[in-house]
Structure formats: C-alpha cells, structure tokens
Design a protein. Structure first.
Ligand code: ATP
Length: 216
C-alpha cells in the first residue's frame, strides 16, 4: 500500500447510538476505519454487532449519529459508497433454486461486473465440480462459499462481512484470512464479525471494537 494511503480514513463512525426494543445497544460510539484495517466487531450474542454493521453499510439508520465515507456523510454519497461497498450479511444473497455458477453470475452482474470467469472464481473457493449444483443442494459450507466467491472478484474497497466464517472449514478460514490481508494491503478495509479466533491474521494486524451486552 502506498505511504499516503496508510492513514486514509475510509469510514468514520460519528457518535452512533442504536436503540432496539427500548434497549440501548451502543451509545455515542465513534471510530475511524482506515485503509489497510482489518477490524473485528466483537461481543456476545445480542450485543448489537449485526446492528452496527448494518448501520455502517447504510442498510439501517442509527437512532443518532452518522457514518461518513471518505469524509462525506453516506446519505450524501450513497452511489459512491455503494459502488465501493461489498456487504455480506447472514443470508448472503444465495438463492437456493439457482446453481452455484448462476448465483455467482447474478451477484457479480448486479454489482456491475461483466467480464469474469465463474469457473476460475469458484475454484478459488473449492467449488470446482459443483458449478452446476443447485445451491439448495449444497452443504452449509459450500453454500457459504458460494456467497463468499464474489470476494475473489471485486474492486470494492470496503468489505463488511457478518460472520463470514460460519460453516467454513479450517483451511477455508485460513484462505479467507489471507484474502483479507491482501485486500487490506492493497488499500481496502475489512470490517467483520466472528465468534471464531483467527489464526492467520495476527493480533497486530487486527483491530477490535468491542460491544458489550447491556442490561436495562
Ligand atoms: N430490526 C430490529 N427490530 C427489533 N430488534 C432488533 C432488530 N434488529 C436487532 N434487534 C435486536 O437487537 C439486539 C442485537 O441484535 P444483533 O443482531 O445486532 O446482535 P449481534 O451482536 O449481532 O448478535 P449475534 O452474536 O447473536 O449475531 C437483539 O436483541 C435483537 O433482537
């Protein structure tokens, strides 16, 4: 990554407050996410990790506070932010009635990519030979890999990934971690939740933002 990119703030969370069912999940939470960061949002079940990811991605609105992308409120640079954002939620947009290849084709096409080799991308996530299998017939891990395949073909700088390692085997997790490091080193950032420990991304490479469950 170029020297001048290292301190580039990609995402700025400004005093975010999130309230769900009259419970304050987080209150006036502020942080920067720089180019090169791999950031894990951690905390127990129900602490508000998914809620925070969705707010950063602009998929839901905070009770108070704002999210900025490259110094602009995301509500004012929606197109630019969406263009640079890859968000993978729990369900991850894999349609059971489509094959692995059709799912990848669909997901890349709606993101504006036209020239790609699906077989080669699916081979990166160990789905060679399963291109024509219906996603609904794949194992849980293969289903998740179908969703994750698009990470190997994207220009998006900001990756927001909710539990990307769910159902993924040890080797697959290591490959994903290496991909995160490459992405961060090329000037992007990764913001993720996981309940798993990472073995390839070192403590030094990983930033953590902790949310704690609050009793009312
Ligand atoms: N749209 C919503 N309406 C009402 N309550 C919600 C909504 N979204 C989330 N919640 C509640 O907010 C709390 C935090 O949910 P969230 O999914 O953000 O937690 P999490 O930290 O990601 O949990 P987990 O580790 O179990 O995935 C939960 O109690 C949940 O029921």
């Amino acid at each position: 990554m170029a020297e001048n990119q290292k301190s580039e703030v990609l995402v700025h969370a400004n005093e975010l407050t999130c309230i769900r069912e009259e419970r304050i999940l987080f209150d006036e939470l502020s942080f920067d996410i720089n180019a090169g960061d791999i950031v894990q949002i951690e905390g127990p079940n129900g602490a508000g990790k998914t809620s925070l990811l969705r707010i950063i991605a602009g998929l839901s609105r905070p009770y108070a506070g704002e999210v900025h992308y490259l110094n602009q409120n995301i509500t004012r640079c929606r197109d630019e932010f969406n263009h640079d954002l890859l968000y993978l939620g729990h369900l991850a947009g894999v349609k059971s009635e489509l094959t692995a290849e059709e799912n990848l084709n669909f997901n890349l096409s709606i993101s504006g990519y036209h020239d790609f080799d699906t077989s080669s991308i699916l081979s990166k996530v160990n789905l060679s030979g399963f291109e024509d299998a219906l996603a609904g017939h794949l194992s849980a891990g293969q289903h998740r890999r179908t969703a994750l395949a698009r990470l190997w073909h994207t220009n998006c700088r900001v990756w927001i990934l909710d539990e990307p390692f769910t159902a993924i085997d040890k080797k697959g997790v290591e490959e994903l971690e290496k991909l995160f490091i490459r992405h961060a080193e090329s000037g992007g950032c990764v913001i993720l939740t996981t309940h798993q420990d990472m073995g390839v991304v070192t403590e030094k490479q990983l930033r953590k933002i902790r949310l704690d469950y609050r009793f009312v």
